[in-house]
Design a protein. Structure first.
Length: 550
């Protein structure tokens, strides 16, 4: 204890107070970092409406969840291990609603006394809010807002105007496909009475029209064309790489599509397929008799069956007519054909195939061998069959063999992922750990080390510190000029530096302290030897000392 007090006095009270203050500050920093590491923050919600952010923070306060608000108040952070449970808790309370109002507006308001205008306005707001919530639930959509135009039929108006809608969506890094945009159009059109999908306009957060009008139709056509080309290129590439190897084929497809909807109506008459529908026959016969003028005219001559008198003769005429009419029904074929857009009018396929490279020594590529003409012909035939080659519509298929440049030839290297697969939270956690380790090392070097040196008297590797620590002591006997024998540790100098005119006052004090320490050590050794040889006398002496002190 005395040695520690002496060391503190030599070190200085002011210096010791400064070191203790620095140590307390470093300890506070370490404690803060440790608490931060113990509960890392993760994103709960961002880009919130300020009113809705206030509702969420109020719900978190009621639930006792610790949170942190960043930015302008639209970003809320919570503990990383409590993100999922907090979102479930807020979802049960209907948060967040992204600032939209749904059908719950009718639960809170009292319909008694409301005008028809207010009721229709609330209905429109509720419908817009529900559609926006549904669209936000789709994959890849981060935000959505719907505006509806519902014209009201006026008095004495034959027909009301067609309703329309506009949808503003926020997407991530990937733009929605034409099929997804059409799905949103059909979703809105199906929820609003008398609305057609082509009356729905979809715009993204970059003010780009995704559907509606001529721009939307052009974008839809380009999207369908790209989809067909990508599908055919993927099929051809998979087929060719299965033969030549992965990465040894490049495929490019250009498709000319019929994007117009065509309706064809055709009527065909078959003269050979006639059928009798009706038939009529007419048969007429007439007969006429005339008397000869030379005969007599009498009653007997005019009696039927009477014989001619006086040998006179009679003349007569007979006529007949026969007519037949037949009506035929000719077979007729009526054909109506509707051609949907997307039919391929012309197809061009270009395929580049790499040659074969043998494996060389030490894992390096060996000799390059081009493909044979027979092998290229087989690959071209496979490509023609895969794409449905039609020479009548002008399709073209070209397959060539070229040598692909290797990374060693171009001198390029593959770029590695700068984050090495770690996300932002992992990088921040690693930075916090590194700062904590750095502060700990600095604390050991500049705080703990000076304190230890001060406690040990600033000694380097002498025998006194070893004695204090209880280590083995190696001593030797040295005879002073006055004939006295002293025991000196092996770590000290062989000769004692006595006071002389050439030595400074500090060196003299150090030598005197060493001599006094050796004298005390010699006395202690003699006492221990006496106790070992005379234990009973030693006990008696100790008892006498205890009796005197009491």
């Amino acid at each position: 204890m005395n040695q520690l007090l002496a060391a503190i006095q030599r070190f200085g009270i002011g210096r010791l107070a400064a070191i203790l203050g620095i140590g307390a500050g470093v300890a506070a920093v370490l404690l803060a970092l440790t608490m931060n590491l113990g509960e890392p923050k993760a994103l709960l919600y961002s880009n919130l409406d300020l009113k809705e952010a206030g509702s969420i923070t109020q719900a978190l306060d009621q639930a006792g969840v610790k949170y942190e608000v960043k930015g302008d108040g639209s970003t809320i952070m919570v503990g990383r291990d409590r993100v999922a449970s907090t979102r479930l808790m807020l979802s049960s309370k209907g948060l967040p609603t992204a600032g939209s109002v749904g059908y719950e507006i009718f639960d809170e308001a009292n319909s008694l006394g409301q005008t028809d205008f207010v009721q229709q306005l609330n209905r429109q707001r509720a419908l817009e809010g529900e559609l926006a919530r549904t669209i936000r639930g789709l994959e890849g959509i981060t935000s959505a807002r719907v505006h509806l135009v519902l014209p009201k039929r006026q008095l004495f108006e034959e027909a009301a105007e067609q309703p329309s809608a506009s949808v503003n969506i926020g997407v991530g890094g990937r733009e929605p496909t034409a099929e997804q945009v059409r799905a949103m159009q059909n979703l809105v059109a199906g929820a609003v009475p008398n609305m057609r999908p082509d009356r729905v306009t979809v715009v993204d957060q970059h003010a780009k029209t995704l559907s509606g009008g001529e721009t939307g139709m052009a974008a839809e056509a380009d999207g369908r064309k790209s989809e067909v080309e990508s599908r055919i290129a993927k099929q051809v590439k998979g087929l060719v790489e299965g033969i030549v190897g992965p990465g040894k084929a490049r495929v490019n497809v250009t498709a000319d599509l019929e994007l117009a909807r065509v309706t064809v109506q055709q009527e065909t008459f078959d003269p050979d397929g006639q059928v009798i529908r009706s038939e009529s026959t007419t048969d007429e016969n007439s007969r006429e008799n005339q008397e000869d003028g030379a005969g007599q005219t009498s009653v007997a001559a005019n009696i039927p069956g009477a014989a001619a008198l006086g040998g006179g003769g009679a003349t007569g005429s007979q006529s007949g007519r026969q007519e037949s009419t037949t009506n035929y029904e000719i077979s007729k074929t009526t054909r109506t054909e509707v051609q949907e857009p997307g039919q391929v009018k012309r197809l061009s396929v270009a395929v580049a195939v790499d040659g074969a490279t043998a494996a060389g020594a030490d894992g390096k590529p060996g000799e390059y061998t081009p493909r044979t003409a027979e092998e290229m012909q087989r690959i071209e035939q496979l490509v023609r069959t895969a794409v449905g080659f039609n020479q009548e519509r002008g399709d073209q298929v070209s397959v060539i063999n070229v040598r692909f440049p290797a990374p060693a030839d171009t001198g390029g290297v593959e770029a590695a992922n700068p984050l090495m697969g770690f996300d932002k939270n992992d990088i921040m956690r690693a930075a916090e750990i590194a700062v904590t380790a750095l502060v700990g090392i600095l604390m050991l070097l500049f705080v703990a080390r000076p304190l230890l040196k001060a406690a040990t008297g600033g000694g380097g590797g002498g025998g006194a510190p070893m004695a204090m620590l209880g280590g083995p002591q190696v001593t030797r006997i040295v005879t002073t000029p006055d004939g006295q024998q002293l025991q000196i540790p092996a770590g000290m100098d062989g000769q004692l530096a006595l006071p002389g005119p050439a030595n400074s006052e500090l060196e003299a004090k150090i030598d005197i302290a060493r001599i006094e320490g050796q004298v005390k050590a010699s006395s202690v050794k003699r006492v221990s030897e006496f106790v070992e040889k005379h234990p009973e006398e030693s006990v008696s002496i100790l008892r006498a000392w205890l009796h005197e002190t009491t």
